[in-house]
Design a binder for this molecule. Sequence first.
Ligand code: ADP
Length: 428
Amino acid sequence: MTTSNPTDSRILYIDDNPINRSLVKRLLANYGFEIFEAGTGLEGIALAQENPPHLILMDINMPGLDGHETTTRMRSISDLKDTPIIAVTARTTEGERELALAAGCDGYIPKPIDVDTFPQQIIAYLEGHRDKLNRDEFQKHFDRYSQKLVERLESKLIELQEVNIRLRKIDKMKSDFITLAAHELRTPLAVAYGYADVLQDVTQNEGQTPETFEQVQDLSRRIYESTHRLTEVVNDILNASLINANEMQVVEQPVSLFEVVTSALAELGPFQDERQLDITIDDMDALPFIFGDAKKLQQTFWNLLSNAIKFTPDGGSINVSGTEINPDDDPRFNKKGVLISVKDSGVGISPSDTEAIFEQFYVVGNTTYHRSSKTAYQGGGIGLGLPIAKGVVKAHQGKIWVESAGRNDTECLGSTFHVYLPLNEGLT
Ligand code: ADP
């Protein structure tokens, strides 16, 4: 496809760098060329097929299909097989020109382009000039190019396999989540349903005696507790969706972390007699207040304490301590803050799980034997406690992480969860 006047030609410029594209576009438009642009090889192929250009300028280093591969693909499209394709590239080491020609390019212009000679070079290619390799040279570089293509294909396949494994893991996590969520919702629902049934019988069949009144009170308390648990599960699911959408809002007010931790433990209820755990909270009254959301932080420590209780066998110990952080003394942090550590003598966490447990729906081990509880030994949840804790801490510009020597259900190597919260002074 030619025009009588080369400067009337339509040129497609493919480059992932928008600054390069606008520079070349402006330069060539001054000479009258019509330029259209693409930011990727695939986009370039689609545009060129839709509206075949008179010449194509091809960047080589691009993510996705690179310039060589895009050129090779274009050569197999009948409308483009004779279109001059000129490599415009910063790859200027020895052999790069030959590689571009072996891939199907008709010319090679190194970057940075020379603005004085560039338009003339384009006109020469439009008038039929072609850079050529002799047969031996072509064969040598074509072999090199084929090898490079196979290597790229191999690394892409490996990448795809890895993505596939990750996707399958996420898929499994989601289906486990559905099973666990159904279980978590069904247990308190069945309890509430059962008690409501008994309540109906009691109020229908018994007279208005003081015993009936006590029975009614007891049953309605149990129904209240079950529906309260249902609300907690639903709230966890809703909170998790806020983390995904990055929409967690924190109310900022002065907060005593000592009070927050103490209230979180109190909220876990009277489980001590059943579990015989030695739970201590160090005196943290001297710690500075932080600016944050007391309710959300209480939920965070509730989650950490509930986990520590669940994963520590009877007779074990849990300790909560706090220290003030000054970045001058501790280079791990860049702002003044408070570090709260929840240490347990429980089953511990294996190194391969220490990051993953903060991901949504991640539950260590087999979910088939899931047993819903917030305090029973090895009781289960829906795998949202830690991701929510992480979301809350992140919303406070803090950090949460765990240290553990590994998981061992008999030796119990223990875990320590650390929460760093900056003071956020003045963020009222
Ligand atoms: P859930 O809400 O189901 O308890 P979490 O997100 O709170 O889920 O925790 C995810 C997993 O991390 C748990 O299933 C458990 O295997 C592991 N885990 C959390 N805390 C501890 C701990 N203190 N000791 C041992 N394992 C823990």
